[in-house]
Design a protein around this ligand. Structure first.
Ligand SMILES: Cc1ncc(COP(=O)(O)O)c(C=O)c1O
Length: 390
């Protein structure tokens, strides 16, 4: 039995993040954990004790049907709490669907609102999995390069729009660029879409992926996408901020104008069609055990500052991340893949920018422990020095 042609092509084209992860597994098995700096995968920081305790208490909660199926959109009391978390007039429990992470929220939104053969426009660099999410729904992912300042290039966006456009996906803070969308960008996108909708009698969906929304570094601030454009869906997650990526928990927020009985039926159907059925029960219950879902960004900020100081001192080019857990570096070698290979030989793993649609760059995840960051940065500094003196 061979895997499908589609699976083969995906392994070839966009499997870089996983490929680096597997390389990390191999290197750790051969040389031991301490000898490898895996800065390739977006692992969250270690989970705090109150969060682990919330999961422990949730696992002991009992009520009739506790281990059975539930409504596809999740527990009502958890959805109510998520609606409070959104904290916007007009957002009620009806706008919320609990999902197995933001990944599922995005896939469910696409399956529910986009038809096969339609286009979904995104900004490059983009989270590598977007291509997979789109192709799974037989939609076409169209990346549009951002400007040199990492802000959306609105002219390029406007020319990518066509009668086939069904959705736009934006990510703020962006993985991998660290850019946080501002009000100017969001209002300009909203204006473009409204104009496009009027011309083509459509309602293009705007999906805003907010996985890192609680990891924004001052003075930057989150801007509320729901205030700019009606046909908006937010995809949120607890993977990175609470640090529970393996528990698969997030939620979708529908703009109030999208809340109808038909939308709810459509979403429920997509939960089932994609095989998610519902978000994990214990993880949902754990959310109710927490007094607050807020997190302290200080530990992530400290690591961002540490890596930023080091790359600046080494003369490397990288914009300071405004949010998220990644440094988006211009490759100091013309051949980025050769540099990635050379780093791997030194047991340091970074992800090549080609995974995010931009071959000239590479991504360093700074949520790793400071000693691993030090090891990775040292190897990078050495390779830059060797090239300079060569
Ligand atoms: C930008 C972005 N979107 C979505 C996801 C998926 O997150 P989740 O674990 O919530 O499914 C990730 C995970 O790394 C991400 O970086």
């Amino acid at each position: 039995m061979t895997i499908s042609r589609w699976s083969q092509s995906q392994l070839h084209d966009s499997g870089w993040v996983r490929r680096m992860f597997m390389e990390g597994v191999r290197l750790r098995a051969e040389f031991g954990d301490d000898a490898v700096a895996d800065l390739s995968l977006g692992q969250p920081l270690e989970v705090d004790a109150p969060i682990a305790e919330a999961f422990r208490r949730a696992s002991q909660e009992r009520f009739p049907g506790r281990f059975g199926y539930m409504p596809n959109l999740g527990y009502l009391d958890v959805r109510e709490r998520a609606a409070e978390d959104v904290d916007l007039p007009g957002i009620t429990v009806d706008s919320i669907a609990m999902t197995p992470g933001a990944a599922a929220a995005i896939c469910i939104a696409i399956r529910t609102f986009v038809d096969p053969g339609e286009d979904i426009i995104g900004a490059a660099p983009f989270f590598a999995e977007y291509r997979l999410y789109c192709e799974t729904a037989a939609a076409r992912f169209i990346p549009v390069a951002v400007g040199d300042d990492l802000r959306l290039d609105l002219e390029a966006f406007a020319s990518a729009l066509s009668p086939r456009t069904a959705a736009v996906i934006l990510n703020s803070p962006c993985n991998p660029s660290g850019h946080v969308l501002d009000a100017g960008e969001l209002s300009a996108v909203a204006e473009l879409l409204r104009h496009h909708n009027a011309r083509h009698d459509r309602r293009v969906l705007l999906i805003v992926d907010e996985v890192y929304r609680r990891v924004i570094y001052p003075p930057h601030q989150r801007v509320e996408p729901l205030e700019f454009y009606e046909h908006t869906v937010l995809a949120r997650s607890f993977s990175k901020d609470l640090g529970v990526a393996g528990e698969r928990l997030g939620y979708m927020v529908l703009h109030p104008s999208m809340v109808t009985a038909e939308t709810h039926l459509g979403l429920s159907q997509s939960f089932r069609a994609l095989g998610f059925v519902n978000a994990p029960a214990t993880a949902q219950r754990a959310l109710l055990q927490l007094h607050s879902w807020d997190v302290d960004v200080a530990p992530a900020l400290e690591r961002r500052n540490l890596v930023m100081d080091r790359v600046r001192a080494a003369g490397l080019e990288a914009a300071e991340p405004q949010g998220g857990l990644y440094l988006w570096l211009v490759s100091p070698w013309a051949d980025t893949l050769a540099l990635i290979d050379e780093l791997a030989r030194r047991r340091v793993l970074l992800t090549p920018g080609i995974a995010f649609g931009v071959p000239s760059h590479m991504r360093l995840c700074f949520s790793a422990a400071p000693e691993k960051l030090d090891m990775g940065l040292q190897a990078l500094e050495e390779l830059v020095r060797e090239r300079v003196s060569a």
